[in-house]
Design a protein around this ligand. Structure first.
Ligand SMILES: [Zn+2]
Length: 298
């Protein structure tokens, strides 16, 4: 692992010390990100890319310390792909949120933030610049800095969601307000979504046992004699997370879902709640990424 960080440090020093690199105010400005967008590879500085990513990934109205935590997570995510390869050939990252990280360019930013765009961008730029060059490491390894929108009570272990244990992606408490969404599915829609299940008789008779992850999400649920993982049900019914309950009502099957996203790593709403309560971006990151630490990489 030590040689991995050493390789990054060497690559960064080459990038930032060469004569061809213009003098910049920030180390992030000396690093190029190759971004795949609509089949074309755009080149931009890490500094500019991170501002656009943080603007899209987290509301600029969040506390500055939460935005700084997001900036460090996004920088770490990006640096891993720049130096250790990505799934996109010559590009480091793509602009698809379900694959890599989404970002907000100026035109989209003006649509989302309207007249507040310049102010929002300034605040996010401050978060990126105040954490210039900082990444998350576990031992000597740049971490896979997963993050998601919100949860209720606890995050999830990477092993519970993706399989494969990751020491710094473990379930931890998330001190945020609980956000619930309710989704009602008619019995006909329910049968169509789970065609292999035996869904005869009254809906109330369809549901069998439920198991939960250590973090408290649905691990598996037996429905109509079939066992589904929480992730499979999240996908079949487009639920916001795997943390849900079901109830049968006169209208159909009601899912009550807590939070949004895969639940692994940093909760963005949790980060904001911690920041509001006085935590620094370091404290936020070191809370959500068990055993990881913030390091000035360059
Ligand atoms: Zn991608």
């Amino acid at each position: 692992m030590k040689q991995i960080l050493a390789a990054v440090l060497l690559a960064v020093s080459l990038l930032t010390s060469g004569e061809t690199v213009p003098q910049k105010d920030y180390y992030d400005s000396g690093i190029t990100v190759r971004l795949l967008e609509n089949g074309t590879i755009l080149e931009l500085t890490l500094h500019d890319y991170l501002i656009d990513v943080v603007l899209q990934e987290m509301p600029a109205s969040f506390s500055l310390e939460a935005l700084k935590a997001q900036a460090v997570a996004a920088r770490t995510y990006t640096m891993r792909r720049i130096y250790f390869g990505s799934a996109h050939g010559d590009a480091d990252v793509c602009g698809d949120s379900t694959c890599c990280q989404c970002y907000l360019d100026e035109a989209e930013g003006r649509t989302v933030y309207g007249d507040g765009y310049a102010e929002a961008r300034d605040k996010v730029r401050q978060a990126v610049e105040e954490t210039d060059g900082m990444v998350l490491v576990y031992g000597e390894e740049l971490i896979e800095a997963a993050y998601f929108s919100s949860t209720g009570g606890s995050t999830e272990a990477a092993a519970a969601v993706w399989g494969g244990d990751v020491p710094y992606l473990q379930p931890v408490s998330s001190p945020e307000e609980i956000r619930l969404t309710e989704q009602t599915v008619t019995p006909e829609q329910f049968r169509a979504a789970l065609p292999e299940a035996n869904l005869s008789g009254e809906p109330v008779s369809w549901f069998g046992g439920v198991t939960y992850t250590e973090g408290g999400a649905v691990e598996s649920m037996t429905i109509g004699g079939e066992v589904y993982t929480g992730a499979a049900l999240r996908s079949r019914f487009a639920l916001k997370s795997t943390r849900f309950t079901t109830a049968v009502t006169a209208d159909g099957i009601v899912f009550v879902v807590t939070g949004a996203g895969h639940g692994v790593g940093m909760s963005q709403y949790g980060a904001d709640a911690m920041a509001e309560a006085g935590s620094s971006f370091r404290q936020i990151l070191e809370h959500y990424y068990t055993g990881a630490e913030v390091r000035q990489l360059y």
